[in-house]
Design a protein around this ligand. Structure first.
Ligand code: PRP
Length: 209
């Protein structure tokens, strides 16, 4: 039986940080840090297999069992609501999901608010709780441009350092939810490999602390 733990890591800066935590937790795979274009790495001794995947795809691999566990931002979990276990807040990739608007923006409360975002479910849920009608404009990136060009009134997007907002003369109107990266697990994989996954989770929790 394959007792490897298959781990989907988000490619990019967050993934590098997350891998370092796995390494400290006792699950190294040094080849992963070599400059190459490989996407799958194994450590036979530690019985782990890492895959680099696009951050927003981690939940797809984990939900469908192609990976047993993975690391995904809370933003992705709130937006796509994948059927996975959320095991641990690993407290990196800290940012905030916010409503932002051009500096000096004021809303008359009468017109339907036009909201540009990549995160349509998060935006819809947020305004539904306020009982406010909105017009969602789905974009795939560079969201900050939308209110500048008059495509939307506000945006719902991730704010990390605040630089992108500042440099585009936008500011935070409301914070929706703080975001961090989470360790997630496939539901049936967790049953089959519970002991190994729990050990890994506990070791990672020590590193987080
Ligand atoms: C994200 C987000 C903001 C920016 C926030 O964009 O959508 O644009 O980072 O970071 P800051 O507060 O540190 O400036 P990303 O780089 O993921 O690109 P995107 O435009 O494709 O969303």
């Amino acid at each position: 039986m394959d007792q490897y733990i298959n781990i989907a890591l988000p490619k990019g800066r967050l993934g590098d940080q997350v891998y370092d935590m796995f390494e400290k937790a006792g699950y190294p795979c040094p080849e992963l840090k070599e400059p190459n274009r490989k996407l799958i790495f194994e450590n036979e001794e530690a019985k782990v297999r890492y895959f680099w995947v696009k951050p927003s795809d981690v939940t797809v691999y984990v939900e469908r069992g192609a990976a047993d566990i993975g690391v995904a931002g809370k933003d992705i979990l709130l937006e796509y609501v994948p059927d996975v276990y959320e095991l641990l807040d690993i407290k990196v990739g800290k940012c905030r999901m916010c409503v932002a608007a051009p500096e000096g923006f004021s809303y008359d409360g009468i017109r339907t608010l036009r909201v540009a975002t990549k995160f349509t479910r998060i935006a819809r849920d947020f305004y539904a709780k306020k009982d406010r009608d909105i017009d969602i404009i789905h974009l795939n990136g560079s969201i900050e441009i939308a209110p500048i060009l008059g495509l939307s009134d506000v945006i719902v997007d991730i704010v990390e350092t605040g630089t992108t907002l500042r440099e585009n003369h936008l500011s935070v109107v409301e914070e929706i939810v703080p975001i961090t990266a989470r360790l997630i697990a496939n539901k049936s994989g967790y049953m089959f490999k519970q002991q190994k996954i729990s050990e890994l989770k506990d070791a990672l929790a020590q590193v987080v602390r």
